[in-house]
Design a protein around this ligand. Structure first.
Ligand code: CAA
Length: 702
C-alpha cells in the first residue's frame, strides 16, 4: 500500500482501503490515473479489507476524462475497463465526492455501490457541452438512478446538479458533514455491519419501469428538450442512448453508447466545442504578463450611471455578493434605475429562477448615491454613462481626485479610445476598458480593453474580477469597436449591401439563424433599436441607404412596433412587412442596382467571411492576442454557435484559400476594397496554413 503511481495513492484505515486520485488541478482521468486505478483495485484482494473508498485529493473530485487526450489514440485501459474492474470488486465500494464530480468522474462514482458527498458537491454529465455524449456508461447508469426522463434532461443540459437534488434523485446516498474521507469510511463500515445490499447501478431496474410502460412519454419529453438544438448531432445521440437504457440489455446499451461516443468525438462539432473549452480559459491569459502579478482586492464597487448598462453591471456584482453603489446625477434618475433593477429581479422570480429571499439579499447589496465622492472608498469603479468622450473625460478627471490610489478605474465603452480617457487622469496605469454586453447581468463576455499605459496589476485585477462576476474575460487592445463590434460593423455593411442587391431581411436573417446564430442582423437591429446608429450617422454626416429611410418613417425597431419587421403589440416575433420591401426596392432603384436572387450559401458567406477578414486584420495589428480569443468573443458576446467553434476556427475548417478567393470575388463585384483578402489571411492561405498556426502575440495595446 502507498503510492501506486504518480497519480494514485492506496492506503488502509483498518479494514477499509482508501484509493485516492491525486492529479491536480481537477483530477482529470488521464492514462496514468486509469492505469493506477486498475492496479489499486488489483491490490485490494486481501480478505482483511472489507470495503473500499474512492476519493480525490485537492479542491474537487474528478472533472472527468482528460479532454486533451480526445482525438488521440486511446491508451488502454479505457475508463470503461476501470469501471468494469470496480464493479467486479466483491466488497462494498463507496465514492467520496466533493467539489464537482463531472463526466467520467461521475461515471466512475456510478460504478461504485454507494456514493457519499460533502455539502456543496455538484455532480453532472457535461459532455454535451463538448459535442459528445457520456462515454463511460453515464447514459446507461444515470437513468437507472433518477429515471430516464430526468436523466435525459440532465445530460442534455449538461448542467451540474446541486447536492440536495442529487440526494433526492438517488444519485448521492448520504451527505457527509465534517471530514469527508472519515465520513465515507464510517459509511462503508455501516454498509458492512448492516449487511446492506451490494446492488450495482447497472442491475437496478425499478426507475426504468415508467418509461418502459410509456415510451411515447419519453419521446415527447425528448422532442421538447431538443426543439432548439439545430443541426447538432450530440443531442440526438444522447436521446438514442438514454432510450437504450430502458429498451436494451445493459451491456448492449453500453456498447452502443461507446460506438456513438467514438462517432461524435471525431466530428467538427466536438472539435469546435473542445477548442472553445480551452480557448475560454486561454483568453484570460496575457502573454507578456510577468509571473507573480497579483490582482488587487475587489470587495466594494461603484458603478457610475443607472441606465440599462449600469444597472446590469451593478446586478452582476450583487449576484456574486459584492456590495455596489450606483451613482447617478439626480435622485429621480437613480430611483428609476434601481426600480428597473428590482423589476428585472422580479421577472427572474416569476420565471422560477430566483427566490424572493435571494432577491432581497441581492438588492440589499445595491445602494445608490448622487455624489461621485462615493467612489472614494471602493476598490473598483466602473463608469457606464453615455458614449460621449467629453462626459467620460470629465468623470475620469474627477475620479482622479476622488478615488484611492490603486483603485481600478474602468470605463464601459464599446467604441471610445481608452487611452484618451486614461489621459484625463494622472494615473493612466489604473485605467482600462470593461466592455460588458447587454444585458450585462446575463451576457457572459467581458472584453477587457488594455490601454497603452494600463498596468499588469490593473489587468490582473480586471481579469480576476471578470471571473468572479461569472463572465468570460478576453483582453483586447484599443481600436474603434475593439474586437467584437469592429467585426460586427463589417457584417452590418455587407447585410445592407445584400438588401440593396436583392435579398430581403427575412432571407438574410433566415440564412444566419440556419447557420446557428440565435438571431439575424436585422432582427438584432430591431431589438437593439435603429435610432441610436441613425443619430450617430447624422452627427457624422454618414448615410445608410435603407436604415435611414426606415428611421425617417419612425421605424426604430421593436420599441416602436416596427423596424426591419413589424411586431404585434407586445410581441417580439418579427413579421415581414411589405412596406419595408418597398423601401428596400426603392433604395436599389435610386442607386441603379438591378435586384437579383441571392442564394442562401452566398448570404452565409457574405455574412461570415468579411468578419473573418477583419479578424485577420485585428490579429495582425495585435488587437487580439490569438485567433481563439476572437472565437471566444463571438461565442460569448454575439451568439456565434458554439458548435461551429467561432469565426477563426470556422475559417480553418472551411479552408483559407476558399475564403480568400470568395472575398476577392466579392471585393471585385462590389468595388469595396475592405473586402479584399487581408494580408495575414492571404499569407496563411498561400502557405497552406490556418489561423490555428498563429501563436499568441505579446502586448496587444494600441
Ligand atoms: N480535462 C483536461 N483538463 C481539464 C479538465 C478536463 N476534464 N477540466 C479542467 N481542466 C483544466 C482546465 O483546462 C484548466 O487548465 P488551465 O489551468 O491550464 O487553464 C484547469 O483544469 C482548471 O480548470 P478551470 O479553470 O475550469 O477550473 P475551475 O475550478 O473554474 O472549474 C471544473 C473546474 C468545474 C471542473 C471545470 O474545469 C470543468 O467544467 N471541467 C470540464 C468538465 C467536463 O467537461 N468533464 C467531462 C469530460 S468528458 C468525459 O468525461 C467523457 C467521458 O464520458 C469519459
Amino acid at each position: 500500500m502507498g503510492s501506486v503511481n504518480g497519480s494514485i495513492d492506496l492506503r488502509r484505515d483498518g479494514d477499509v482501503a482508501i484509493i485516492t486520485i491525486d492529479n491536480p488541478p481537477v483530477n482529470a482521468l488521464k492514462h496514468e490515473v486509469r492505469a493506477g486505478l486498475i492496479e489499486a483495485l488489483r491490490q485490494i484482494g486481501d480478505p482483511a479489507i472489507h470495503a473500499v473508498v474512492i476519493a480525490c485529493a485537492g479542491r474537487t473530485f474528478s472533472a472527468g476524462a482528460d479532454i486533451s487526450e480526445f482525438g488521440k489514440p486511446l491508451k488502454s485501459p479505457g475508463l470503461q475497463e476501470v469501471i468494469a474492474a470496480l464493479e467486479a470488486v466483491p466488497k462494498p465500494t463507496v465514492a467520496a465526492l466533493h467539489g464537482t464530480a463531472l463526466g467520467g468522474g461521475l461515471e466512475l462514482a456510478l460504478g461504485c455501490h454507494y456514493r457519499v458527498a460533502a455539502p456543496g458537491t455538484r455532480v453532472g454529465l457535461p459532455e454535451i457541452k463538448l459535442g459528445i455524449l457520456p462515454g463511460a456508461g453515464g447514459t446507461q447508469r444515470l437513468p437507472r438512478l433518477m429515471g430516464p426522463e430526468k436523466a435525459l434532461a440532465a445530460i442534455l443540459s449538461g448542467d451540474p446538479i446541486p447536492t440536495a437534488q442529487a440526494h433526492a434523485d438517488g444519485i448521492i446516498d448520504e451527505i457527509v458533514t465534517g471530514d469527508l474521507t472519515a465520513g465515507a469510511i464510517a459509511f462503508a463500515r455501516k454498509v458492512v455491519s448492516e449487511h446492506r445490499p451490494l446492488t450495482l447501478v447497472r442491475n437496478r431496474e425499478d426507475k426504468l419501469a415508467a418509461a418502459r410502460a410509456n415510451p411515447q412519454g419519453y419521446g415527447d419529453a425528448a422532442a421538447k428538450l431538443t426543439s432548439r438544438s439545430g443541426g447538432r448531432r450530440a443531442p440526438a445521440a444522447v436521446i438514442e442512448s438514454v432510450r437504450n437504457a430502458f429498451t436494451l440489455p445493459f451491456d448492449d446499451g453500453l456498447a452502443r453508447e461507446q460506438a456513438l461516443f467514438r462517432e461524435l468525438v471525431v466530428t467538427d462539432e466536438s472539435r469546435a466545442q473542445r477548442h472553445i473549452f480551452f480557448a475560454e480559459r486561454e483568453a484570460a491569459r496575457v502573454p507578456d504578463m510577468p509571473q507573480g502579478v497579483k490582482p488587487h482586492p475587489f470587495e466594494r464597487a461603484v458603478v457610475i450611471g443607472a441606465g440599462t448598462m449600469g444597472g446590469g453591471i451593478a446586478m452582476s456584482f450583487a449576484n456574486v455578493g459584492i456590495p455596489v453603489i450606483v451613482v447617478e446625477t439626480a435622485k429621480d434618475l437613480l430611483t428609476k434605475g434601481l426600480d428597473r433593477v428590482a423589476d428585472t429581479y422580479r421577472t427572474t422570480i416569476k420565471r422560477g429562477r430566483l427566490t424572493q429571499d435571494e432577491m432581497d439579499k441581492r438588492m440589499a447589496l445595491i445602494s445608490g448615491s448622487v455624489e461621485l465622492e462615493a467612489a472614494g472608498n471602493v476598490d473598483v469603479v466602473i463608469e457606464a454613462v453615455f458614449e460621449e468622450m467629453g462626459l467620460k473625460k470629465e468623470i475620469f478627471g474627477k475620479l482622479d481626485t476622488i478615488a484611492r490610489p490603486g483603485t481600478l478605474l474602468a470605463t464601459n465603452t464599446s467604441t471610445l479610445d481608452i487611452n484618451e480617457i486614461a489621459r484625463a487622469t494622472k494615473r493612466p496605469q489604473d485605467v482600462l476598458g470593461t466592455h460588458f454586453f447587454s444585458p450585462a447581468n446575463v451576457m457572459r463576455l467581458l472584453e477587457i480593453v488594455r490601454g497603452k499605459e494600463t498596468s499588469f496589476a490593473a489587468l490582473a485585477t480586471a481579469i480576476a474580477l471578470g471571473r468572479k462576476l461569472a463572465k468570460v474575460p478576453a483582453v483586447v487592445g484599443v481600436c474603434d469597436g475593439f474586437v467584437g463590434n469592429r467585426m460586427l460593423a463589417k457584417r452590418g455593411t455587407e447585410a445592407e449591401r445584400l438588401l440593396l442587391e436583392g435579398a430581403l431581411p427575412q432571407e438574410v436573417d433566415g440564412a444566419v439563424t440556419e447557420f446557428g446564430f440565435p438571431m439575424g442582423p436585422f432582427a438584432m437591429g430591431d431589438l437593439a433599436g435603429l435610432d441610436v446608429g441613425w443619430r450617430i450617422r447624422k452627427a457624422r454626416g454618414v448615410k445608410a441607404e435603407i436604415t435611414d429611410p426606415l428611421c425617417e418613417a419612425g421605424r426604430f425597431g421593436q420599441k416602436t412596433g416596427k423596424g426591419y419587421y413589424i411586431y404585434q403589440a407586445g410581441a417580439r416575433t418579427p413579421t415581414p412587412d411589405p412596406e419595408v420591401e418597398q423601401i428596400i426596392v426603392a433604395a436599389s432603384k435610386r442607386l441603379g442596382i438591378e435586384r437579383h436572387k441571392i442564394s442562401r450559401e452566398e448570404i452565409v458567406e457574405r455574412m461570415v467571411y468579411p468578419m473573418i477578414n477583419e479578424g485577420a486584420r485585428i490579429l495582425a495589428e495585435g488587437i487580439a492576442y490569438r485567433p481563439s480569443d476572437i472565437d471566444v468573443i463571438w461565442i460569448y458576446g454575439y451568439g456565434w454557435p458554439v458548435w461551429r467553434g467561432g469565426p477563426m476556427f470556422y475559417a480553418d475548417l472551411v479552408g483559407l484559400p476558399h475564403i480568400r478567393d470568395r472575398l476577392a470575388l466579392y471585393a471585385k463585384r462590389s468595388g469595396d476594397k475592405s473586402l479584399e483578402p487581408a494580408p495575414l489571411l492571404a499569407k496563411l492561405a498561400a502557405e497552406g496554413k490556418g489561423f490555428a498556426s498563429v501563436g499568441a502575440a505579446a502586448g496587444a495595446a494600441a
